[in-house]
Design a protein around this ligand. Sequence first.
Ligand code: ADP
Ligand SMILES: Cc1cn([C@H]2C[C@H](O)[C@@H](COP(=O)(O)O)O2)c(=O)[nH]c1=O
Ligand code: ZN
Length: 192
Amino acid sequence: MFLENNINTTNKKGWIEVVCGSMFSGKTEELIRRMKRAQFAKQKVEIFKPEIDIRYDEEKVVSHDANEIHSTPVPSSSNILLLANNVDVVGIDEAQFFDDELVNVCNQLANSGVRVIVAGLDMDFKGKPFGPMPKIMACAEYVTKVHAICMKCGDLANHSFRFSENEKLVELGETEAYEPLCRKCFYTHSKK
Ligand SMILES: Nc1ncnc2c1ncn2[C@@H]1O[C@H](COP(=O)(O)OP(=O)(O)O)[C@@H](O)[C@H]1O
Ligand SMILES: Cc1cn([C@H]2C[C@H](O)[C@@H](COP(=O)(O)O)O2)c(=O)[nH]c1=O
Ligand SMILES: [Zn+2]
């Protein structure tokens, strides 16, 4: 379990944390857990998500288990800088959907003393690095990879298998559209 650093309010020092993994691996739950602990510590928090992700709720980040926290949907990563005034902790969910500018946004926030927590898919349905995630992971102080359970064999899953043959990178969906699989099951089923 990730144990957070103390925020030193007199000598503000920021950093970047990443929570990554496949679908259903608990990224959103972990983001919500860290954000709620920061709220208990009376820190000022703001959570952002890309405007396109309105699967469960337009203004909340909601996990597959229905844990939720207030969030602000934004059209692009540059809006985060404009809206994150005077905050101690910034959370960003579904970061894979943002543009590459998100890397600069996270660095600028961290350099100005903000704790930045980024949650997102590290790989797309083809098993390729997804959007700005690899670059943010490279710049982050802390990277936590979480795992789902493989729906075929019960091992740890790191891939998100898409049922449909749609080749578009972005296709929102849940259990009707995707299942988490381990490496072996993912490549076995991808060949079929
Ligand atoms: N195959 C699976 N492996 C693990 N958790 C699963 C699986 N299928 C559904 N879940 C549920 O998904 C929850 C995680 O949801 P969430 O935090 O929204 O994941 P993520 O943001 O990584 O997609 C788990 O606590 C569990 O209840
Ligand atoms: C693999 C993959 C996923 N998506 C979509 C499907 C979901 O709407 C989100 C991921 O949500 P989660 O909180 O991580 O479960 O992303 C996509 O558009 N393209 C993909 O390749
Ligand atoms: Zn498997």
